[in-house]
Design a protein around this ligand. Structure first.
Ligand SMILES: NC(=O)c1ccc[n+]([C@@H]2O[C@H](COP(=O)([O-])OP(=O)(O)OC[C@H]3O[C@@H](n4cnc5c(N)ncnc54)[C@H](OP(=O)(O)O)[C@@H]3O)[C@@H](O)[C@H]2O)c1
Length: 292
């Protein structure tokens, strides 16, 4: 029996190596901490060293074997070094959680090309390329699990998030396709489709001033831990998005209604965030003027 299955059946992830990209905040950080009691080997990756060290500090306190790698998933050398360091330290990669990603709210006509590049390169290209490099290792091991972070916006696309929604649909489609191809090698592929969760996501997406802060991320990561223990194809969270997504699939009218209301609330949040920023800048300039 494989090492993974034996350990999982004991409710533990001992000696199972899990790589989590985007572990310096939000879902990636919470997932790393939620996995700690199950004692896996963890490899945590992100660009901001100080933030990543905070995640590492909690793992160290719990005596979890881990390595933290400061790197950008868009960079080929960083991706190669992630894999090399993981194999040198732990000798295998059992689970890859492709979590690093970001959103940017903007009307498409107003979206700078640089933002489009950043979204596609981070959310899609890096995820596909990292998966492409890790799959042969899993094939050799005759087991493995790829977990890709998509979004409920892949099923309910809202127009001020056009490029983001497109990237998350691509992730869902990509996962569905490779799942079929790699299952004969004992490799599982899961897609996680979260609704709005309270992380740094809104801040990065320029909708920090949203009325709704998002759902509690701890509940989501508990479900992702379960998914690692018992893989399934898709995980939509919170659960009430399951019937919404299903209804949207069978009724275009319902889908348009839901996506329009999501779009309106996103635009409202963006407007309020921009106004707050403008006020802050004005106040700073006023203070500068008065103190000179
Ligand atoms: N929160 C939500 O409502 C929500 C909903 C649906 C889907 N998701 C998806 O869930 C994933 C995690 O998002 P989150 O909500 O946890 O947001 P978050 O708090 O902003 O976390 C994003 C993580 O990705 C990392 N990251 C971004 N670009 C990177 C790059 N080029 N290289 C390496 N790491 C990078 C960030 O670290 P550094 O900046 O330090 O690199 C950070 O650790 C994303 O794929 C997001 O699209 C989130």
């Amino acid at each position: 029996m494989s090492k993974t299955i034996t350990n999982k059946s004991k409710g533990l992830l001992k000696n199972i190596t899990i790589v989590i990209t985007g572990a310096s905040s939000g879902i990636g950080k919470s997932l790393s901490l939620a996995l700690a009691p199950l004692k896996p080997n963890l490899v945590i990756v992100a660009r901001r060293e100080n933030k990543l060290q905070q995640t590492a500090y909690h793992l160290k306190k719990q005596k979890i074997k881990h390595i933290s790698i400061v790197g950008d998933v868009r960079n080929r050398e960083d991706r190669e070094s992630m894999i090399k360091k993981t194999l040198n330290t732990f000798g295998r990669i059992d689970v890859l959680v492709n979590n690093a990603g970001l959103g940017k709210v903007n009307l498409f006509l107003e979206q700078p090309e640089q933002e489009i590049d950043e979204l596609i390169e981070t959310n899609v290209l890096s995820l596909i390329k990292l998966t492409h490099s890790v799959l042969p290792i899993m094939k050799e091991q005759e087991e493995g699990h790829i977990i890709n972070l998509s979004s409920t916006l892949a099923l309910l696309p809202a127009y001020p998030f056009a490029v983001y929604c497109a990237t998350k649909s691509a992730v869902k489609t990509f996962s569905d396709c490779i799942r079929e191809e790699v299952k004969e090698y004992g490799i599982k592929v899961s897609t996680v489709l979260p609704g709005p969760y309270n992380t740094e996501f809104n801040q990065v997406a320029n909708i920090g001033k949203s009325d709704f802060r998002g759902y509690n991320v701890e509940k989501l990561v508990k479900k992702i831990v379960k998914l690692i223990m018992k893989p399934k194809d898709n995980l939509i969270q919170p659960w009430h998005f399951v019937p919404v997504a299903w209804l949207a699939k069978i009724s275009e009218r319902f889908k348009n209604k839901v996506t329009f209301s999501i779009a309106e609330s996103i635009l409202k949040a963006k407007k309020e965030t921009s106004l707050e920023l403008e006020n802050k800048v004005e106040k700073k300039e006023e203070i500068k003027f008065l103190t000179h």
